[in-house]
Design a protein around this ligand. Sequence first.
Ligand SMILES: *Cc1c(COP(=O)(O)O)cnc(C)c1O
Length: 382
Amino acid sequence: MTAPQGVAAWAEVDLTAIRSNTATLRNASGVDVMAVVKADAYGHGLIASARAAREGGATWLGTAFVSEALALRAAGDDGLLLAWLHPQGADLAGAVLATIDLSVSSVQLLGQVIDAAHAVDRVARVHLKADSGLSRGGASSSEWDDLVALAVRAQRSGAIDVVGLWSHVAYGDEPFHPAVDAQAVAFDRACSAAAAAGVGDVLRHFSSSGPALRRPDLAFDIVRPGLAVYGLSPGIHVGKSSDLGLRPAMTLRSTVAQVKAVDAGVGVSYSYRYTTARATRLALIPIGYADGIPRAATNQGPLLVGGQRTQVAGAVCMDQVVVDLGSQSSVTVGDEVVVFGNGLDGEPTAAEWAQASGTIVYEIVTRIGPRVARVYVEGAPR
Ligand SMILES: *Cc1c(COP(=O)(O)O)cnc(C)c1O
């Protein structure tokens, strides 16, 4: 694997894996897939990843922000597309014009969407969001009936089309947690109330990656996975990627920038958080916390350096880390470094980095920084 010219570190993204994972999610859930591509497709690159998810069978794409959805439209995506988080000043009219479905969680926001529809003289496609127990976005049960009543009136007036009803789970990483079932019951109740109030036949969606993979009984009409599209598991209660039929799409790579012999008892990197126990060889890897390597991985983060498993020695710096290879190492400048990948060739996984850094795998991939080039490849189907 050769480095792109002049790049210190690069994230290789296997588009075949994204296609395959999308198909796996469709099979596991038994329903249509809305592939979530917010946050630059979890760091994998929005446009290429979204296209691969479509090719893998995603009938829907989901983003947090309208700006992300408009970027997909600008790149030529004209499929079903939902955006759900609308800060002050969000381009709701632009979304309506671009046929981007809008999630609506409050009476106030529905008023803004109706105004936007009037402004561009188009019908806004709306998904009403119920808070079934996450206590984050979504209309709480006390506001739900008012929201639904206004939506039914606006639909009759021709301003909006209610396309969907939806909610989001708190325990996406524990699909068998009783809270997931309690939320499904609350969501069902919200759907029944909407039907009784005159909302017609609409699409219902509820499940993020964990329940999409493990709770086909809660799939409703569409599942809404993000992390699993990229081949990663939300956590041990969902299962390992390989056991779930998922293929991690990202391999984070670099090359050795310098190797040097040092004595025993030498302090390494800022504040000497590591001291060599013996005469040894140290290698410099040009990737640091500005590129998404958590500083919390100081003395912990695992790497495969020239085929040798090792770990960060001393503090993670902004642009670089040091590893201790031992005195017998034959690693030289220019040798391949794999920070993480699918683990099949002895390299660490993103899950191992999450463990080593005291965080979740979501944060490992989404924080890969802008200096890291994204390189798209087609992997061999395994
Ligand atoms: C991010 C997000 C998802 C996807 O969650 P995963 O755990 O990555 O599958 C689904 N729905 C909403 C509302 C989200 O914010």
